[in-house]
Ligand binder design. Structure first.
Ligand SMILES: [Zn+2]
Ligand SMILES: [Zn+2]
Length: 114
């Protein structure tokens, strides 16, 4: 059984082809809407805004593990354990404080966050 305890292990997982494919599947399944916002009667969808500094589309939606892979590695690729969330809801869940002005400026997306 794979483990996702260390940064290295997580990075490897988030870089894997299996995850990248599944991630898109889940977003499609969730209609590119934040499921948490939806529960609260709001609609937050993906944006097509392009970030010039990051040279990529601005990320609004992430696919979150309902049960974190650190604790439930066997659910890492389990569709029922995955949910589309906007970055705000995701950060709230994980209790992270994000300085968005800094975040937008950072050139490289940090997948470790998710
Ligand atoms: Zn949301
Ligand atoms: Zn998460």
């Amino acid at each position: 059984m794979a483990e996702y305890k260390t940064k290295e292990q997580k990075r490897k997982f988030y870089d894997s082809k299996a995850w990248k494919l599944l991630r898109e599947e889940i977003k499609k399944r969730d209609n590119y809407e934040c499921q948490e916002c939806k529960r609260q009667g709001r609609v937050t969808i993906d944006t097509n805004e392009y970030s010039e500094s990051a040279k990529r589309k601005k990320i609004m939606l992430v696919v979150d593990h309902i049960k974190e892979i650190e604790d439930y590695p066997e659910l890492a690729l389990e569709e029922d354990n995955l949910e589309t969330k906007c970055v705000n809801c995701h950060n709230k869940k994980h209790g992270r404080y994000v300085d968005y002005s800094l975040w937008r400026k950072s050139t490289k997306w940090n997948d470790e966050w998710w």
